[in-house]
Design a protein around this ligand. Structure first.
Ligand code: NDP
Length: 290
């Protein structure tokens, strides 16, 4: 599809960045947002303001949706008569669980619309910049049809036909993102409690967060079911985490994060994996048992 027209529904920071990227590329952009004032700066730049969801949907075949979650998706799309959705390609870049995403895809399909699911892997300032990526899943044909328009926003990492896949991979990534950033923040709290500034700590933090070697080491062993303790053991890890908890205590820093990690190691040891590798904790993480 070479027509450079698109509707953007949902003008939070992400939706505004997306509508802005389309305007930058010369697209004709129609926008709708529950709080109309959020569209003002885009209207000033030449976007059309839809006064209803139905008007926004019927304006263009390609509809990009960026809302807080799928409750909002249903609250918004449900405002239009279902005929307004027929024939639309709804590129839903709203975050939610894979089940919610699949249900919405089925609902839209019943109305004669196609949902393309996306999970955006960049903050709003990254939209429209080289290197930005999103996970996509859903009908490949629809993605190919609108590839040019999608790539105005970010690159495409296509995961497969199942609409839930983009949501699943996105949530897994966000799981790691928040716990990983909290690990950084906890390290910085320890540094700060000992008079070390964030800037001074930064090169060491970058080094500590660079886990590539370990991921590449463990992934094939996990797939092979090899949790041998030839390089690391849970017993060693627990002793090491006890030192961390004591260091945090002595520094007056909250211990909930390393304590949660230590608790997982202890559960692994109690389940008989003391002599096995960190990866033997997967059994505990998957089922809550050893
Ligand atoms: P926001 O939550 O700030 O934006 C939410 C949008 O949803 C607003 O337009 C808001 O309308 C609308 N909305 C929420 N609830 C309702 C409702 N019940 N009825 C109608 N409209 C509703 O999110 P962002 O713009 O930051 O992000 C959008 C999506 O992109 C989210 O799913 C987010 O997880 C994802 N994402 C965000 C990133 C980021 O860094 N911001 C990064 C990657 C993904 P109103 O203006 O009226 O409140």
């Amino acid at each position: 599809d070479t027509s450079m027209t698109v509707t953007v529904i949902g003008l939070g920071p992400m939706g505004r960045a997306m509508a802005g990227a389309y305007l930058d590329r010369g697209y004709e952009v129609t926008v709708w947002n529950r709080t109309p004032a959020r569209a003002d700066s885009l209207i000033a730049r030449g976007a059309h303001r839809a006064t209803s969801v139905a008007e926004a949907l019927t304006a263009n075949t390609l509809v990009v949706v960026s809302l807080t979650g799928y409750d909002a998706v249903h609250a918004v799309l449900g405002q239009a008569p279902s005929a307004a959705l027929t024939g639309r390609t709804v590129v839903n870049l709203t975050s939610d669980t894979q089940d919610q995403v699949r249900r919405a895809a089925t609902w839209l399909a019943e109305l004669g619309a196609v949902q393309v699911t996306g999970g955006v892997l960049t903050p709003p300032p990254g939209i429209g910049t080289p290197g930005a990526m999103s996970y996509y899943s859903g009908p490949l044909e629809a993605i190919e049809t609108h590839r040019r328009a999608l790539e105005v926003l970010t690159g495409i990492d296509y995961l497969g036909e199942d609409p839930g896949l983009a949501a699943l991979f996105y949530q897994i990534g966000i799981d790691m993102f928040w716990t990983g950033l909290l690990a950084y923040l906890h390290g910085q709290a320890l540094a700060e409690a000992n008079g070390i500034s964030a800037q001074e700590f930064l090169p060491r933090a970058l080094n500590a967060m660079d886990l590539r070697y370990f991921l590449e080491f463990y992934a094939p062993r996990i797939d092979a079911g090899n949790h041998a303790g030839d390089v690391d053991t849970l017993t060693m890890g627990a002793a090491s985490l006890e030192h961390v908890v004591r260091t945090a205590q002595a520094s007056g820093v909250d211990v909930s994060l390393p304590t949660a990690a230590l608790d997982l190691f202890r559960r692994g040891i109690a389940a008989g994996h003391g002599g096995n590798s960190l990866t033997s904790l997967l059994g505990i993480l998957r089922k809550g048992v050893g």
